[in-house]
Design a protein around this ligand. Structure first.
Ligand code: NAD
Length: 305
């Protein structure tokens, strides 16, 4: 299978992540873009030079690669299977790359259906958030056959710097959910430490500096706390509801395999309980710290002076 840079592609899902990713992917390629939101289509086309599609009813001829960056598996399944889905309209030899954070079980089933139609299927979710989507430095974890992942690799490298072939179909999506459970745990664990530090007379920004100079540091303390939490901005661009979806997928992996996990699954419980109490329609995932603020009467908003 040869997928060259001149391959005609269709990129679907142009939200916080999809827009900058499609813009990078479209450089030097013939790319069509689609989102159910007309504003997203227009903005992405203006930013990237890609051609916007008004709907998926009529596909441009000879699309070889379809990239998906959609909210969840139900929507991925609808786009691929329903009314009529893309699976039944793509030519054998074409490739679908699902870069959304989807459910491994759904991915495995879709990949199986695609294989029966002679269509290659790669799950290639990403990590790094909007900032690294903009710079094209996303971490990408790919699941699929050796042949399909190697064919997808040069396409993925337009959007990321580290493409890891995790294993067969669905393992990219499993790895993504597990990573995000650890990431959420790191936010929660740091909030607990910062609250305890405050009660010992240490200001939040000082404690974050100490952690980042020491062995407790993580991406949460190095990036999320200074930029999105201590500032009170809560503007990472990754919605709490999307994080909750990931944590649910991760919990299913633990439960299905009876893996003992007294630490990480607590973050999921805390986040689920907090979400029920938050008024905001679309809180940012970094607002997880609000649970600890409310429980401990400590404000974790203390930008570096
Ligand atoms: P988003 O909500 O900003 O964007 C999703 C886009 O999909 C929206 O523009 C929406 O209009 C579009 N859409 C929904 N249903 C559609 C349909 N049926 N047809 C066409 N378009 C449709 O979400 P996002 O933050 O860009 O996240 C996208 C995916 O990437 C999710 O699976 C998320 O979990 C994952 N992810 C997000 C981040 C992040 O930092 N935001 C990081 C890594 C992974």
């Amino acid at each position: 299978m040869v997928v060259t840079d001149t391959t005609r592609s269709l990129f679907i899902g142009l939200g916080n992540m999809g827009r900058p990713m499609a813009s990078r992917y479209a450089q030097g390629r013939e790319v069509f873009v689609f989102d159910q939101s007309p504003e997203a289509r227009k903005a992405t086309a203006e930013q990237s030079g890609a051609t916007p599609l008004e709907s998926l009813d009529t596909l441009p001829e000879n699309i070889k690669v379809v990239i998906l960056m959609l909210p969840n598996s139900r929507i991925v399944e609808a786009v691929l299977r329903e009314s009529p889905g893309l699976l039944s309209r793509l030519n054998p030899g074409s490739m679908i790359i699902d870069m959304s954070s989807s459910e491994p079980k759904s991915t495995t089933a879709l990949a199986h259906e695609a294989a029966q139609l002679g269509i290659h299927y790669v799950d290639a979710p990403v990590s790094g958030g909007v900032a690294r989507a903009v710079t094209g430095e996303l971490a990408i974890m790919a699941g699929g056959s050796d042949q399909a992942v190697e064919a997808a690799r040069p396409l993925l490298e337009a959007m990321g710097t580290g493409v890891v072939h995790v294993g067969p179909s669905g393992t990219g999506h499993a790895a993504k959910a597990l990573n995000n459970l650890l990431s959420a745990t790191n936010i929660a664990a740091a909030a607990e430490i910062i609250c305890a530090a405050a009660s010992a007379g240490i200001a939040p920004h000082v404690m974050v500096d100490v952690i980042n100079n020491s062995t407790g540091r993580s991406q949460a303390t190095e990036v999320k706390y200074p930029k999105h939490i201590l500032t009170g901005a809560f503007d990472s661009g990754f919605a709490m509801d999307l994080m909750l979806k990931d944590l649910k997928i991760a919990r299913q992996i633990f439960e299905a395999n009876a893996v003992e996990a007294p630490v990480v699954l607590t973050a999921q419980t805390v986040a689920e309980n907090l979400r029920e109490k938050l008024d905001s329609a679309a809180p940012d995932h970094t607002e997880l710290v609000r649970h600890y603020e409310q429980a401990n009467g400590v404000l974790i908003r203390d930008p570096r002076p």
